[in-house]
Design a protein around this ligand. Structure first.
Ligand code: NAG
Length: 161
């Protein structure tokens, strides 16, 4: 790929991520801070060898968000079980696709620039870690989804309400 193509791809991925974020969450009443790319993340995504992983991470985020909407009541999608499930499944998918190390560094990078409440970050971090563990042992996206769903329903993931 040409360098300009890579930059354009990265840029489009970021813009579509930013646009998709509020849509994916509309009606849930939750903040979009988990989705909106931070400045650090935009910088990271613009580095050519990170672009592919960045695009994939966004795809996994979208799929996890839709699964959360389908499986959990809307009022649990922020700080509740649906939110916990979403982070679990998102990170499980990234672990399956990109490996636990990459999943973690993408997450940490996003995190560096975000400024949500500390307790919400703690919740997300814990559920992300559970998702990476589930992803590391799951044989498929479907089994990872089910494992995260069961963990959330049974109170095995962290929630704030
Ligand atoms: C949770 O994981 C996602 C996806 O890797 C990441 O974007 C987010 O920053 C992580 N949250 C925390 C608090 O680490």
């Amino acid at each position: 790929m040409h360098f300009t193509t890579i930059l354009t791809t990265a840029f489009l991925a970021i813009i579509s991520g930013a646009l998709a974020a509020p849509l994916a969450q509309s009606g849930s009443g939750s903040s979009s801070s988990n989705y909106f790319p931070s400045v650090t993340e935009i910088g990271w995504c613009l580095i050519p060898w990170n672009v592919d992983d960045c695009v994939k991470a966004q795809g996994h985020a979208d799929i996890a968000a839709k699964a959360a909407q389908n499986l959990f009541p809307a009022n649990t999608l922020h700080n509740g079980k649906g939110d916990a499930f979403r982070h679990c499944y998102w990170n499980a998918r990234m672990t399956i696709d990109l490996g636990a190390d990459n999943a973690k560094s993408i997450g940490d990078n996003h995190e560096d620039g975000s400024d949500g409440p500390e307790e919400e970050k703690r919740m997300d971090r814990a559920n992300n870690a559970s998702g990476r563990n589930i992803g590391a042992s799951a044989g498929s996206y479907a089994s990872a989804q089910e494992a995260c769903r069961v963990a959330a329903v049974n109170g095995k993931l962290v929630t704030l309400k």
